[in-house]
Design a protein around this ligand. Structure first.
Ligand code: AP5
Length: 226
């Protein structure tokens, strides 16, 4: 497969970040997670961060026009010539249309959208117990994936924090936002035969294995059509 333009789609807490980190290592492709980009902008007090913070804190999406340019610039960069992994983008139909338009302009297309699906009650348990590394966004869970030392990231020794939007009332709002605004992307990509469903309720290693198998099958299918 010459170029791999991947989208990770799924509700908050479905494991996009957890699997995105692994995929980035496996595939050696740039990984663009819009939540991480926006949180870094909030920490850096940039204009983007100042615009985004109020939306993020209440569990809403930042406006499409704010985020589309951020991603368009990255996929148009030299580091993304062999492909990329998107996590958290697109999140609305207009964002998906903007992504398609940008890729078309570059003579490219989405290779596959991996939908990591998990029931809502499991998502609430995952988000409620999540601990996130303050510096680099590495993800842990107090029960399902605890760090070796409580409160400290195994990978870079920075402090583990509870994200502002992992408070119970914001978690509920984020799930509502997902169902209303992002879930319509499932049929958008299904109609284009770009959607691959991944059973996200399984343990992280099993999810990673299913993603590997799915990508290997796609490679075989593509080789057969060449
Ligand atoms: P973002 O950071 O993208 O948040 P999200 O989509 O809500 O996703 P999460 O990061 O919460 O979850 P995840 O799926 O990555 O799960 P994780 O691997 O961490 O966005 C934040 C905000 O930014 C949005 O609300 C919005 O305001 C704004 N934003 C971002 N992109 C935008 C866009 N395109 N347009 C507009 N606004 C945008 O896992 C969760 C927990 O579960 C962890 O503790 C983990 O250890 C554990 N876990 C993971 N996998 C498993 C497993 N298989 N079994 C058990 N536990 C597991």
């Amino acid at each position: 497969m010459s170029e791999l333009n991947l989208v990770l789609l799924g509700p908050p807490g479905s494991g996009k970040g957890t699997q995105g980190e692994r995929l980035q290592e496996d595939l050696r492709l740039p990984y663009y997670a819009t939540g991480d980009i926006l949180r870094a902008a909030v920490r850096g007090e940039t204009a983007l961060g100042q615009t985004a913070q109020e939306y993020m804190d209440r569990g809403d999406l930042v406006p499409d026009e704010v985020i589309v340019g951020v991603i368009a610039e990255r996929i148009d960069s030299n580091e993304a010539l062999d492909g990329f992994i998107l996590d958290g983008f697109p999140r609305t139909i207009p964002q998906a249309e903007a992504l398609d338009a940008k890729l078309k302009e570059l003579g490219r297309a989405v290779t596959a959208v991996l939908l990591i699906d998990v029931p809502d009650d499991e998502l609430v348990r995952r988000l409620g117990g999540r601990r996130t590394c303050e510096e680099n966004g590495h993800v842990f869970h107090v029960e399902f994936n605890p760090p070796e030392q409580e409160g400290v990231c195994d990978l870079d020794a920075s402090r583990l924090i509870v994200r502002d939007d992992d408070k119970p009332e914001v978690i509920r709002k984020r799930l509502e936002t997902y169902h209303a605004k992002t879930e319509p992307l499932v049929s958008y990509y299904d109609q284009r035969s770009e959607l691959r469903r991944i059973e996200g309720a399984a343990p992280p290693d099993a999810v990673a294995e299913e993603i590997r198998r799915t990508l290997a099958t796609m490679r075989l299918e593509q080789d057969e059509t060449v």
